[in-house]
Design a protein around this ligand. Structure first.
Ligand code: AMP
Length: 197
């Protein structure tokens, strides 16, 4: 199964993708996680990406497309994957099409988590507080001001990606404002519909 999760930062893509990983045994390919790992390891990609990420901007298409192209070649991605945080621009969506076409692969579903953006800043502040209380590191870009920049980047560059898939009839919208378990159930239902189609 090959899936894409779309939705603004803080919509719950990572949480829901992790649940599908547990259920279906396919890897979650989060470009944000891969980039954070590259920053932590101090690789050339990490060195280029760090300042942009800290400021809440988008890392260049070239870098991100490169890491996804490498990652989907790995053995664990052969039976499927969940893309979380990619594609974030039309250029990335088109590059993904070419990558999949080149391998004779298709997407099974594109799920868009729809949320009320006015509630997202509160959600992100809570996420930071919970991480802090649990003694976990708090993401630098979960600072409210940086978060607003991330949201702007989403609305400017990423919001066009959902209609790109919608035009092909591949998009399913999910109400991401429901409780976490209800969102998971809606996703399970959407996936069983996609499996029948
Ligand atoms: P995330 O964990 O998905 O919120 O990503 C954290 C940060 O990594 C983003 O704010 C961007 O700076 C960068 N990033 C992650 N995925 C992408 C992508 N597909 N395109 C460009 N930048 C990305």
């Amino acid at each position: 199964m090959r899936l894409i999760f779309l939705g603004p930062p803080g919509a719950g893509k990572g949480t829901q993708a992790a649940r599908i990983v547990a259920k279906h045994g396919i890897p979650q390919l989060s470009t944000g996680d891969m980039l954070r790992a590259a920053v932590a390891a101090g690789t050339p990609v990490g060195q280029k990406a760090k300042a942009v990420m800290d400021a809440g901007g988008l890392v260049s298409d070239e870098i991100v497309i490169g890491i996804v192209a490498d990652r989907i070649e790995e053995a664990d991605a052969r039976k499927g994957f969940i893309l979380d945080g990619f594609p974030r621009t039309l250029a990335q969506a088109e590059a993904l099409d070419r990558m999949l076409e080149g391998k004779g692969l298709k997407l099974d579903a594109v799920l868009e988590l729809k949320v009320d953006q006015t509630k997202l800043v509160d959600r992100i502040v809570r996420r930071a507080e919970e991480a802090r209380a649990a003694g976990q590191p708090v993401r630098k870009d979960d600072d409210p001001e940086v978060f607003k920049t991330r949201l702007e980047a989403y609305n400017r560059d990423t919001a066009v990606v959902a209609p790109y898939y919608g035009k092909r009839g591949q998009l399913t919208a999910i109400d991401g404002m429901q409780p976490i378990d209800s969102v998971s159930q809606a996703i399970t239902d959407a996936l069983s519909v996609a499996a029948q189609g």
